[in-house]
Design a binder for this molecule. Structure first.
Ligand code: TNX
Length: 536
């Protein structure tokens, strides 16, 4: 891996040495406009950081970054009076007229100025950080330029499944840092599934004492004829204090965390703890130990709705997110079909079938979530039997769910598995890559995806609020492997979420900027996949 990486580095250096153009100055995602100028700014310990408010989150982030990565200790000064030279100014002044989350970054030999409000200022800081040299140096040389920038989509998301495999708070923070570097603003935290319940709920302690633990885990591929288990108990969950800590950590980086509590399917772990919320209360459920779609489905009873409302109330207390993700995918309808209670309910409510019952279920939950001032997101199966009135649809099986939802005037987040946005798929030939769920998603495929479907007219397009990639962890059992699966595809995701379609350029991305970022990741103790085609 290291060897190939060195070759990549050499190819990259030689292209830079040949004076090849670097129109986007190594910034990922590529900004709206970059104008390079002659000269450079020298950043040193003497450089003063001047800010509207030194307690601003972006200012704090920037000065901590300079300290941690370069050992610099720059003086922070509140803006007042004339601005001295050798300064970096972070201000909302000069940002008028920019779209939301936009910034202007001006680098002259005397001064660097970032103009932006809130997230905009933060993204200006991220771009500036990407212009810093990779090596720790007393004086960091930054090329002069003028940059104006703002995102294509308001929703730029990345997901992580911590149910199939659990990841520590520290690692989740590292993951969030990567999202922030690439200007993503939503972290979709998949906290519950058949294989584990990972969030402490005070009112229902068994969700974690029982639901967060499985007795053993399938080794290797799910559909192999000779399945083996590791005979080792596996578990983990986040306490509410830990959750609050992570929520704040993300908010400091302008990242909203969307918690996902799966229902009515993918609920085996919860039913192992509380079988009374299933349609077969006498059956004993186990937290799932393999990766199939399981038959853990809640029963649509009043008891269950009361339980789920209690759970969601605690969840909403922890997460300020406007959106709460309620799952809705892959409900094993046969469970309801085989239940007398459900069949009678379908009749009583004059529903057509189990799809109608699922729709009824989601409507009920939406009503509750809306009553608390929040909105639901669901996977595209929530279209079945009719969408709940205010639901946002996450289109995962293909673009079609999203297209249908936008046509019905519902907000949509594009996350189609068949377009490369499933980062649990292999990044090359399946047999040549580490064990994965199979199928294929190269970073080129991710990069070439345009999240705005041509099938929608201009009026319908406004409902496509953004794009997200998903990281399911059935076959991702270590931090190292997770980073390998994430990178460099995360960079491609960030560019399709941020950069306008007509500014995208795969060559500039893959051959000029990406190698620089891989070198940066290498120095940041982060694993990634190297594209052999680039180096050899
Ligand atoms: C389908 S995507 C699922 C997940 C799996 C994933 C594997 C979705 C809403 N459901 O439960 O982990 O496929 O690619």
């Amino acid at each position: 891996n290291r060897f190939i990486f060195l070759i990549v580095l050499c190819v990259w250096f030689s292209s830079v040495a040949k004076g090849q153009d670097n129109p986007n100055l190594n910034i990922i995602p590529a900004p709206i406009s970059v104008q390079k100028q002659m000269g450079q700014f020298n950043l040193s310990n003497q450089t003063v950081i001047i800010a509207d408010s030194i307690n601003n989150k972006s200012v704090q982030f920037f000065s901590a970054y300079l300290h941690d990565k370069f050992g610099l200790q720059n003086q922070l000064k509140a803006a007042s009076g004339p601005v001295s030279s050798n300064s970096i100014v972070l201000t909302s002044e000069g940002s008028d007229g920019l779209p939301a989350e936009g910034y202007r970054l001006t680098i002259t030999p005397q001064q660097i100025k970032i103009s932006g409000k809130g997230a905009g200022l933060f993204y200006g800081v991220q771009s500036l950080i990407q212009l810093l040299p990779l090596d720790k140096a007393d004086a960091a040389v930054i090329p002069c330029a003028t940059i104006e920038d703002y995102p294509r989509f308001g929703y730029r998301g990345m997901h992580l499944d911590v149910a199939r495999h659990f990841f520590s708070v520290d690692f989740v923070k590292k993951y969030i840092d990567l999202l922030a570097t690439y200007k993503l603003n939503n972290f979709h935290w998949h906290l519950t599934d058949d294989q584990g319940w990972r969030i402490e709920i005070k009112k229902y302690p068994r969700l974690t004492t029982v639901g967060s633990q499985r007795a053993q885990t399938l080794v290797g591929r799910y559909r192999s004829y000779n399945q083996q288990y590791d005979n080792t108990p596996y578990g983990g969950f986040y306490t509410q204090d830990e959750i609050r800590d992570v929520v704040k950590y993300a908010a400091d980086r302008y990242i909203n965390i969307i918690p996902e509590i799966e229902m009515p399917g993918h609920s085996r772990a919860a039913l192992a703890a509380y079988p009374e919320f299933s349609c077969n209360p006498n059956r004993s459920y186990k937290v799932a130990e393999t990766w199939s779609v399981e038959d853990g489905v809640y029963c649509p009873s009043e008891k269950t709705f009361a339980f789920l409302q209690d759970v969601l109330a605690e969840v909403m207390d922890l997460f300020p997110s406007k959106y709460i993700h309620i799952g809705g995918d892959e409900v094993a309808k046969s469970v309801w079909h085989n239940s007398l209670y459900c069949r009678q309910m379908i009749k009583r409510l004059r529903l057509k079938n189990e799809h109608g019952l699922q729709s009824y279920f989601i409507h009920r939950i939406e009503k509750f979530v809306n009553s608390q001032g929040r909105s639901i997101i669901g996977w595209d199966e929530i279209l079945q039997g009719g969408l709940a009135p205010n639901a946002t649809v996450m289109s995962w099986r293909s673009e079609w769910g999203g297209i249908a939802a936008a046509q019905q005037k519902h907000n949509v987040i594009m996350s189609p598995s068949n377009e490369g946005l499933y980062f649990d798929f292999a990044q090359g030939r399946v047999s040549a890559e580490p064990l994965s769920i199979g199928r294929n998603s190269t970073y080129q495929k991710v990069y070439n995806y345009n999240p705005m479907p041509a099938a929608l007219n201009t009026e319908q397009q406004q409902y496509v609020i953004g794009v997200q990639a998903n990281m399911w962890t059935e076959y991702i059992d270590s931090e190292e492997k997770l980073e390998y699966m994430l990178l460099p595809r995360l960079m491609a995701l960030s560019e399709i979420a941020w950069t306008p379609q007509d500014k995208k350029n795969l060559n500039d991305f893959a051959e000029t900027r990406m190698p620089h970022h891989l070198a940066w990741l290498d120095k940041s103790n982060c694993n990634f996949r190297v594209d052999r085609a680039l180096g050899v």
